[in-house]
Design a protein around this ligand. Sequence first.
Ligand code: SF4
Ligand code: SF4
Length: 430
Amino acid sequence: MTKAPEPRRAWVYPLEVKGKFQRIHRATGLVLQLILVGLPWLVVKGYPAVQFDLASRRAYLFGAIFTPQDTVFLVLMGLLAAFSLFLFTALFGRLWCGFACPQTVYLEEWVRPIETFIEGKRGARIARDKGPWTAEKAARKAAKWTAFAALAGFVAMSFMSWFSGARPLWTGTASVGSYAVTAFLAGVMFADFAWFREQFCNYLCPYARFQGALTDPQSLVVSYQVELGEPRRGEGACIDCKKCVTVCPQGIDIREGFQLECITCGRCIDACDDVLGKKGQEGLIRYTPLVPGPRVRPRTVAYAAILLALLTAFTAMMANRHDLVADISRAPGTLFNIDADGWTRNTYLMRVTNNSHEETSFEVSIEGLPSDAKVDVSPIKLGPSATATVPVIVRLSPGEAAARTLPFAVRVASDHDHVLLTATFKTSEG
Ligand code: SF4
Ligand code: SF4
């Protein structure tokens, strides 16, 4: 039995289109690119406005410094982002894909315009690609790929600025690892810009794969109005101009019904509005629910309620967040020691983090033990966002060690903040 030939990829040459959705795309794309490129350059209270410094396990967000002790905040931020996406998808379908995904933004705002500028409009590109290799064709391809390589390098550097810091990265002072990751990302982006393109959405993107679980028939999708458009070429129906197909960057015909490949970019809507608008008719492709129904559904209410709860928890925790974070635990080993002078000694390990923007000294004292109890701890002075672990030794005279376990508190204080840590003092008495 002969094996069927593998289907070859049909290269997509989307026709340029103008219209309402393209104007929205351009505006949101501009804002998002400014955020991607600009935010890591902004400085708030002496630190990057946004940086996820994985190497030193610090995150800087608009003046707040998050350390590994703040993992709960980062988890909450991740959950907030996830549930925002769930709610957004349930309400608006794949609007993210068509308008906010970096893949779409860079393809539509840079890659295709560069391609058109260097290789000409759709018809010229199709004809040249079908023809033999000539010096002119090679020169145009080389120029295009060079421009794509430069664009990929710029986008990779901008993306990595969120992790390695814009200033170190762009001034050549970041780590070798940062540049290695940047080079890898630039290579992947170049392959995407030059060749992979819509296949990323169709085969690789995880969001595209699980969107089916996040939407329902009342979620907004781009859909062809069959009852208005069919039968084709009838009075007021689809004139079968195929413009909605030729503008589609995913290479699909939306008239065949809802398809997973559709990224909700709205180009086919603009195309049909343009074609039929000239005949005084309304377009046949709309951004509308597949099945009419209420916008507020149990699913959207549940997502909104969870989002509100997460937001409330995050805001409350941020409002009560201390510049000083500390915890204490008993040092590994014996519970207590009896010193030569008869005093009972307990040893603890205390971890202190300075979340403020200044170098800060911390005083340590104890509360709740008999008055002759002594605490011995080295002076603690920490730079901004620094953490130190210090031994804390607490001693109690023989006459005062009246019970096996004495609860007490360790007070750690700076000039403007303090925390109370609970601990227990162990003795042989009782
Ligand atoms: S079908 Fe329309 S909305 Fe969907 S990807 Fe194609 S052009 Fe964009
Ligand atoms: S653009 Fe509109 S009229 Fe033209 S083929 Fe598509 S649906 Fe039909």
